[in-house]
Design a protein around this ligand. Structure first.
Ligand code: TRH
Length: 404
């Protein structure tokens, strides 16, 4: 019987913080752990699993974290509310009647700030891990599993997801990797059966998910896709990219000019159904961290709208990824891929060049299918983040036992 894990998540914005931790919690449970997921925003995580109750309506007026009821989501997953130390809602009053017995394993995500009311309960027996953001940058390998001494000399370990065996690898569910594209497509047809554009016919259509931030480059991208695949069907989840397209006259004219092109607009669906949708697609145009990680595992082509950062530091992360993803390609294919990824992330560039870059990507679609399938196989061979964490936790616990 494995131990329990206290997994801490702060929702910064969007859905990825909750998406990554909620997925990881389920994976660690499948490996044998019990997980207490501490999260400070129930309305976001409820989007990923509609069975979760949203107590956030009370949160504004609460004076103690204890007032928000914990939720037993499954036999081994409990959801608890918490307030990070750097939150405007944090004060010592909020933790006045906080009852907390720490698990031996603590995983804080993305350096969320654990308040002293929590850290003071840790001992030299605590396995304290900080899970970092996903990056393909080389320095990640050198920092992976580094330790730093915290208050009262307790060690904290830095754990980096990544794309090589010298990192913590990718956060994906092993079952997700096993489900076939056809099974995922059947599940998707069932999920969207009430939509007029959904029938068995979509099996012959070119299926595209568009899930990005607001992005001017989406118009030239859609032009290139439709030009090369006139029988396209676009899956458009409610949110930033769909809102941008709906308000865009050119997009609406494109649909009028190409009656064979279909769209399926939808409210957010549970994370596991969204995984099926991604697996069923012929092209995933995704964003952030969690949907991007899943797109890498699907084995089909994808494009990534990276979370924008100041001073364009996100473009350094983007280049690090396209370098590793296309490193075994011909120069011509590598340049085609890199230009398409950068065109999606530099929407201020001249539209003619952007359109040409996406058109070249679509012309080389079959070659990119071969690359994506090989890339996914390569990643799957390394195992997922959950397995890497499990092996690290076991080793660290054994060392603690010996040092006792
Ligand atoms: O929502 P995001 O933009 O989240 C981002 C990133 O996590 C980024 O790293 C972080 O810094 C920023 O938030 C604050 O994109 P991401 O990471 O793909 O997360 C989206 C989650 O939402 C993912 O788990 C998939 C899930 N999802 C569903 O479950 N159902 C849906 O219908 C849709 C559209 C998404």
């Amino acid at each position: 019987m494995k131990n329990s894990i206290d997994l801490f998540c702060t929702v910064i914005d969007n859905y990825g913080d909750a998406g990554v931790t909620y997925r990881l919690a389920q994976i660690m449970i499948k490996i044998g752990y019990t997980v207490n997921l501490f999260i400070d925003n129930f309305s976001v995580i409820k989007k990923l699993n509609t069975n979760i109750k949203d107590y956030s309506i009370n949160v504004q007026g609460i004076s103690s974290v204890q007032e928000i009821k914990e939720q037993q989501i499954s036999q081994k997953l409990t959801l608890r509310y918490w307030i990070p130390e750097d939150s405007t809602k944090y004060n010592e009053e909020a933790y006045r009647d906080f009852s907390y017995t720490p698990s031996q394993i603590i995983i804080e995500t993305f350096q969320c700030k654990l308040p002293k009311e929590i850290t003071k309960t840790f001992t030299h027996n605590t396995v304290w891990i900080n899970l970092e953001y996903l990056s393909a940058e080389k320095w990640v390998e050198d920092c992976h599993k580094l330790q730093s001494f915290q208050i009262n000399n307790i060690k904290k370990y830095f754990f980096f997801p990544g794309f090589t065996a010298k990192t913590g690898c990718l956060n994906y569910d092993e079952n997700f990797a096993k489900i076939t594209k056809n099974e995922a497509l059947c599940n998707t047809i069932n999920e969207f059966k009430n939509d007029i554009n959904i029938s068995e016919d979509i099996k012959k259509m070119f299926k595209v998910l568009i899930f990005t931030y607001e992005n001017k480059a989406l118009i030239p991208l859609l032009r290139a896709i439709i030009k090369n695949r006139p029988n396209s069907i676009f899956f458009l989840p409610k949110g930033k990219s769909t809102q941008y397209l709906e308000n865009n006259k050119i997009f609406n004219q494109l649909l009028k000019d190409h009656p064979t092109v279909k769209t399926v607009k939808f409210e957010m669906i549970n994370q596991e159904k969204f995984d099926d949708l991604m697996k069923a697609m012929d092209l995933n145009v995704v964003r952030g961290e969690d949907s991007f990680a899943q797109a890498n595992i699907t084995g089909t082509p994808f494009l990534w709208h990276i979370y924008p950062q100041d001073e364009d530091t996100h473009l350094i992360k983007l280049k690090a990824f396209t370098d590793i993803y296309a490193e075994n390609c011909t120069d011509e294919l590598r340049i085609t891929i890199e230009k398409a990824f950068f065109s999606l992330n530099q929407s201020d560039k001249e539209e003619k060049e952007t359109l040409s870059n996406f058109n070249n990507f679509m012309i080389k679609y079959q070659e990119i299918c071969t690359l994506s399938a090989k890339w996914s196989d390569h990643l799957l061979k390394m195992g997922n983040l959950g397995r890497q964490l499990d092996s690290f936790i076991q080793k660290t616990q054994n060392i603690l036992k010996v040092n006792k």
